[in-house]
Design a protein around this ligand. Structure first.
Ligand SMILES: [Zn+2]
Length: 319
């Protein structure tokens, strides 16, 4: 029985699933990611989430053969580095080794967005495709690639970064420090910064009033949707720019790779729903090279569990 556990390590939550060998999720758990401390503390919570998910399925550690972890940052051969949103994950270290030592099981570490792409490819919206691009629009804009049926991570773990493909030379500053990236227009963090600059320049918006009204600490995807629904013109303009940037970036990737399908997911895209998906789909059309266009933009199906499910699938490789 090749039952595996998959862990999606995010900046806010650690989502974990237990996956049976017939691809059924039989248990899950969600714990808060530590915001302070060191990497050992993070590994402790990863371990606790594995036990919680197994417990939810009435199972024990010995009932599973391997653990997969989807981690932010650049992942290479079980090591992780460059993730600024998880304590201790900036400097490169072997996450696979630490989790193996903690749980006594083989561990497969992959990039969190690649794991989510594997989840959508095998059990979600990308089922039946050979070549698939997954684009996740949330705080940032992440991308994962499946080529010839396999996750493609690149020689140094940096493949799939559609958020940092350039759609406007010399354009808006991106959170990565470069200019004109897709994420500079379509990532929620970048849009919040743009809204703050607009407010400072005297443009009205209800975005920050809604943050206070709903008792949140920052503008969430739901607050963007609420501002849009209440007719906030600044947010409507920012989302128009996001749609255009995503359209140009996705079309450029399709022109490069000729994938079978593109899956659109992530917190902001999921929240904004079908209208956003169809607008981004329409925004790719003018840029597509092959005619008639074959690619359709399809909505992700697995939601926040995609990464954990993909990590559990990838764990089978080390079982
Ligand atoms: Zn960038």
């Amino acid at each position: 029985m090749a039952r595996t556990v998959g862990v999606d390590l995010g900046g806010t939550n650690i989502c974990t699933v237990v996956l049976d060998d017939d691809d059924e999720v039989v248990g899950h758990a969600k714990l808060k990611t530590p915001t302070t401390g060191d990497r050992a503390g993070v590994v402790e919570v990863i371990g606790a989430s594995v036990y919680d998910a197994l417990g939810a399925a009435d199972l024990h550690l010995e009932d599973t053969v391997a653990v997969g972890v989807g981690s932010p940052g650049v992942v290479l051969d079980g090591t992780v580095g460059g993730a600024s949103n998880v304590p201790g994950f900036l400097e490169r270290f072997s996450l696979a080794q630490l989790v193996t030592e903690h749980l006594g099981l083989p561990v497969r570490v992959t990039n969190d967005v690649t794991a989510a792409a594997v989840g959508e490819h095998r059990l979600g919206a990308g089922r039946g495709t050979r070549d698939l691009l997954c684009v996740f629009v949330g705080t940032g804009v992440g991308g994962g690639l499946i080529l010839c049926g396999e996750a493609y991570e690149g020689g140094r773990g940096g493949a799939g970064e559609i958020g940092h493909t350039v759609v406007q030379q010399g354009g808006a500053v991106c959170p990565c420090g470069r200019r004109g990236c897709v994420e500079a227009y379509a990532g929620r963090r970048a849009m919040v910064l743009a809204a703050e600059r607009a407010v400072a320049a005297g443009t009205p918006t209800i975005l920050f009033d809604l943050v206070a009204e709903k008792g949140r600490s920052r503008p969430t995807s739901g607050i963007f949707l609420a501002a849009l629904e209440r007719g906030d013109t600044l947010i409507a303009d920012l989302l128009d720019q996001a749609v255009d940037a995503l359209g140009a970036g996705i079309a450029s990737a399709v022109n490069l790779l000729d994938v079978d399908a593109v899956v659109l997911g992530g917190g902001l895209a999921d929240k904004l729903g079908e209208r956003f998906r169809s607008r981004v789909d329409a925004a790719t059309r003018p840029h597509l090279f092959l005619h008639p266009p074959r690619v359709e933009l399809i909505a992700a199906e697995l939601g926040e569990r995609a990464g954990a499910i993909g990590a559990a699938i990838m764990a089978r490789e080390v079982a």
